[in-house]
Each structure stands twice: as C-alpha cells, then as structure tokens.
Design a protein around this ligand. Structure first.
Ligand code: MN
Length: 246
C-alpha cells in the first residue's frame, strides 16, 4: 500500500516536473509515464454556461464561475457517470430530472452517489439557466402567483435570505412549486434535489461556500443580497408557466 502510494507520488512529481521548462530536461531521461486514463464517459454531459464567465460581474465574479462550473459542476457529472457505470443494467436514461425524481428506483449500491452527484448535476444545470446579466422582473401568471402565494417579490427575497442565512452547512435555498402547485420556499441540505422530494424547482440559491467564498468570504448574506441583481426572471416566469400547463 505504502509502496503503491510512493509510486503514485513519484509519478505525480514526474508529471508536475515534466510540465515545467526546468523539469522537461530531467524528465526526458525517465520512462515516460503511462498516459492518464480517459475521463469517465457516461450518459451525462456538462452543459456549457449560457453566458460568458464574467457576464455576472460584479455580483458573481468570473473566477468563481470558472471554478464553480468547470470544476465543481464537472466533478458532479463525472462522479455521477462513474457511479452509473457500476450498475450498467440500470437504465439511467439521459434526463437528469427524471432520474432525480425516481431516485428510489436507483439500485441501492449507487443510490447515495446518485443522490449527491446526480443532485449536484441537476441543481447546477438549472442554476446557470436561472441567472443572467439582465435580471428583468417576474411576469405573467408567475408574478400573480408570487403575490398570491408569497406576498410578492420583496417578500420572496426576504424569505429566501432568511432561509439561506439560517441553513447550517452546505445546501440550497429553493423556490419550488409544491405538490399542490403552490409557490413555496424551502431549504435542502447538500445536493438533495427538490425533485426527489416531490417538488418542482423554479429557482435555487446555491449556498455552498464554493458558490461565494472567493468574493464574499464568510458573508453569505451579502452574496444572497447580490444574487438578486442577476436572477433571470424571464426564464423563471416561463418555467412556472410551463409547469402549470403540465
Ligand atoms: Mn455549487
């Protein structure tokens, strides 16, 4: 075990050296390291961001977007595919929302992995779409429901901010359509998907530290306050209308 670790460390060091101009010279004398195994492939793919990395500046900084999308979201997708590869007879399909809705049908051996990694993929795929440099305002039936169910946009902001500040640890604050098709604010821990709980997510605020720590440090409430400048209300209003039709 120790030897294997040492060998792995050696390989890593050689690879790191080889990537620098200085190291290239000495690395040439060694046997070239085996090529890295191909990235796991599976039915799920990382969707591209629908805008530039710096599009949400100054409210959400470009560096956070790079890490959040290219590293964190990508890791959820890769680990989801890795988990599903362990149960090849399970027909996961390619629709992440259906998979999360039917989490109880996932083989037990990979269910926790799908809950966490699949939830991460579903939640972030929606998150990018609900943000935009042009915030706009709630419209149509959604604006009316917001007034009727939650007392309007200012109340929603207040309620989500309070829920976000009160959520201990990592998780999301959600605006969902509940089973009775009423707008509801709730929090879920980790990457648990509202779909698994029988709700339809319209908009979620990611309150994991990776979503805000580079810019806002420990000040989660400041991040939540800033995010309202970049919420894509047109997308959310349309998503609401479609869900009500279904
Ligand atoms: Mn996140």
């Amino acid at each position: 075990m120790l030897t294997t670790r040492r060998q792995a460390l050696k390989t890593l060091t050689a690879a790191a050296l080889a990537s620098t101009a200085l190291g290239r010279f000495s690395a040439q004398a060694q046997t070239p390291a085996a090529p890295a195994p191909p990235a796991p492939t599976g039915p799920f793919k990382l969707p591209p961001l629908p805008y530039a990395y710096d599009a949400l500046e100054p409210h959400i900084d470009a560096e956070t977007m790079h890490l959040h999308h290219d590293k964190h979201h990508a890791a959820y997708v890769n680990k989801l595919n890795e988990a599903l590869a362990k149960e090849p007879s399970f027909p996961a399909g390619t629709d992440i929302d259906t998979l999360m809705k039917n989490l109880d049908t996932v083989p037990e051996s990979i269910r926790t992995a799908v809950r966490n990694q699949g939830g991460g993929h579903a939640n972030h795929s929606l998150f990018w779409k609900t943000l935009s440099p042009k915030a706009g305002i709630p419209s149509g039936d959604f604006a009316k429901a917001l007034n009727d169910d939650l007392g309007g946009l200012d109340k929603l902001k207040e309620e989500m901010a309070k829920a976000g500040a009160g959520l201990f640890g990592s998780g999301w604050v959600w605006l969902v359509l509940d089973g009775g098709k009423k707008l509801t604010v709730l929090t879920l821990p980790n990457q648990d998907s509202p779909l698994t709980e029988g709700h339809y997510p319209l908009f979620g605020i990611d309150v994991w530290e990776h979503a805000y720590y580079l810019k806002y440090h420990n000040l989660r409430p400041d991040y939540i306050k800033a995010i309202w400048n970049v919420v894509n209300w047109e997308f959310i209003s349309n998503r609401y209308a479609e869900a009500m039709k279904a």
